[in-house]
Design a protein around this ligand. Sequence first.
Ligand code: HDE
Length: 682
Amino acid sequence: MSDQNPKKVNENSKNDQLEQFRVDDKGRKLTTNQGLKVAEDEFSLKAGERGPTLMEDFHFREKMTHFDHERIPERIVHARGFAAHGEFELYGSLKDYTKANFLRDTSKKTPVFVRFSTVAGSRGSAETVRDARGFATKFYTEEGNYDLVGNNIPVFFIQDAIKFPDLVHALKPEPHNEMPQAASAHDTFWDFVANNQESAHMVMWAMSDRAIPRSFRMMEGFGVHTFRLVNDEGKAHFVKFHWKPVLGTHSLVWDEAQKISGKDPDFHRRDLWESIENGDYPEYELGLQIIAEEDEFNFDFDILDPTKLWPEEDVPVKLVGKMTLNRNVDNVFAETEQVAFHPGHVVPGIDFSNDPLLQGRLFSYTDTQLSRLGGPNFHELPINRPVCPFHNNQRDGISRHTINKGQVSYHKNSLAANTPSPTPEEEGGYVHYQEKVEGRKIRSRSESFKDHFSQATLFWNSMSKPEKEHLKKAFSFELGKVKSKSVQQQVVDMFANVSLELATAFAEAIDAVPPSGEGSAATKASPALSQLNTNKSPHTRKVGVIVGQRVSGEVAEILQELKSNGIQAECISDKLGKRIADNGSELEVMHTFLTASSVLFDAIYVVGGNSENPMFKKEALYFVNEAFSHYKPIGATHEGEEWLSEAQIVGNPGVISGAGKDFVPSFIEAISFHRHWDRKLV
Ligand code: HDE
């Protein structure tokens, strides 16, 4: 939790810049876009009261034309996204590794804008679908914008960018009937997987709990590719970027995720928005894994291969700074939708590697913005402008904002004393790392990219028992939706190379021929990959409190205690309104059984206390049983205690019942564990 006060945020230079574009229309006169005051806005100009509308009606045409174009083409991938502003602070100077100013000057707070997204779904799709999440950060540095355009999964499906259109065509809804929306559980995706086996490792991640995060605030971010950091002496190191959420990495369970898609399709954006509004600012630490250039070939994988991660036990993650998201956007379209990220937006001291996926991305992002944002001037949109000045000889084009003065728009020139002029490297001009490159022009893949299964098995070996069970179920679900028997069988046979146990389990579930052969003999594991080893904290967790018409004063005290531990307790009942506890304190019921659902909370606390409504207990027990089946912490006091006994769940892990001084600490501890997997479901 950050204690940043809002005043400091207002001092942020990006915010000052955006302020110039903010307009409040409230209380103003209605005008056309040319500033003409409008006398009538309800009737179009017609030839007679019952006559046709006239071409001359410039106001109608301006208003309607604008409306017709209020949607721009959505992003072809990552269409559904949500963003927030914040700042980045460095723990210590990284000058030994990089020239980048924002990574060496600890006195600086760099403004950032972060957009989280799903990949496959369209802009209106639900947020808790099974998918990778985009985690794109724009750092507005004094040396220009630096974009770290990452995902919440550290590897990718393919090794070469030329395959990206194929991957996305296979993943997106099938073209003949545009189904299914925001889902990989269909024939073309799995056909792609089986026939492009480099996807094995990322498929393991996509079928794991990582693909159904509890919150944007509780997921890791990864730059995926290997990049370079370059220092003042021109020495380079290979680097991988990580974001580590301070609250830990936590996920939903699949049944819950599916239900949330209906109950609250905006679940992730609501969570981010409300946390920031409440002052519970999401925080992520920036981590670097660094490999010296001389060690490039000392690994059993190619460090340029984006289907490979660097196990954290072999190459430790050095935490170098912290990002805090502390301000919601003013307007989703102007900021979140129009922001344009690009992995090629770098600053001196950050450079690329020859990862063939990264190389292709360096072309794609500008190209896609040209059609998505309508032309070459999208860098002038307020959210995309750097905070430092920018000058060059680029001119004109659709929606140009800048009014470039003067007669000269070419380099070199004498009429403007050869300005704008290049900056030498020593003074901060960007110079590409002078890597030696040699080779024939060929289309092929290096031998060192051909091992597709070792790290998929490493991932499997690193999972805890419940995580392995979730993987088996996810594969069984996804392939259970595939219609082609041949594709199902190909996938079983492919994943037998990763784990015989996994492939056998889902082969059985989908009635495919069980895999034969030995399976993988690899035993290496990386404990850092299991979410069971993540940070645990009760902070910002949401508890649904089921209360009736009568509430004991003790309950009000318990809720107060939960709140003072950073937990959000929200009351649910059969009717909205205030409840006066028997000690005189007041509770506000914010949700009813109709508007709330157990899946929207991290934990349930049942108090009870309603004898008049015969359905009350039934509704309360529905919440309890559902939360129990999703392994959530459940607390009960007063009448709720009896109800838990009736539900026969008392004594299970994470089920805390009985008023008394131990209740609150035990319940908080249970909440901090997130889920209680060693529970026997009845
Ligand atoms: Fe992207 N990707 N991508 N991608 N990507 C886009 O750019 C692309 C890849 C990522 O919130 C597009 O502005 C290619 C990896 C994020 O605005 C497009 C390849 C990673 C976002 C594009 C990849 C990403 C995008 C669509 C394979 C993680 C959303 C709209 C070579 C490291 C950014 C846009 C936002 C968006 C191309 C693979 C992350 C089409 C060709 C790997 C987070 O340009």
